[in-house]
Design a protein around this ligand. Sequence first.
Ligand code: AMP
Length: 198
Amino acid sequence: MNELKRMTVFCGSSENVDNHYFEAVEQLGKELAEKEIEVVYGGGNVGLMGALARSVLKAGGKVTGIIPRKIYDNVTHIELSNLVIVDTMHERKAKMYELGDAFIALPGGIGTLEELTEIFTWYQLEYHNKPIGLLNTKGYYDRFYLMLEHMVEEGFLHKQYMEPLLTEENPEKLVAMISRHSVPMMNKWKQDDISDRI
Ligand code: AMP
């Protein structure tokens, strides 16, 4: 892949999760700061979002938050390197996708899953060829991965579309895997490819 300057990270906002998740996120934040990879995330102060931002800043790294006005007005804030306030959730996601050279989904809830599946969908539709890492703390994403394999087995997902996905429990290893991973651009609209898929 091209040089990895910015990593967009999707993460859960819940505080009510096992300490293992916080520890993994802190390791990830430190690793990204040490590798001088700027972090782009949803700008939140709570749960794994807040833990990520704090750990990157503590290790001397850079963090850009992208947050919709509606959320910004209702929460307290961490002093980030850069904060972009946008009007809508759609604008926020578009900006996060645009800025990241690659993506990591940390464990999270429905919001994280939505961000992850959207960026995965956009790969299928040939909008980008950026790697997507799943930080698989405590095997959190095992069931999601099984569901994807089931989609492949049942013919709803072509296995080529799995190309950008990397799954790893260790944060340092995940960052190293992403920086080495070259994802081919999908060529969905080419006739041969379509016939191969039906
Ligand atoms: P979830 O994975 O369901 O916890 O949702 C995570 C997503 O919810 C984030 O990426 C944000 O879009 C949004 N979100 C929830 N709470 C906050 C918050 N306090 N600050 C910023 N974004 C938040």
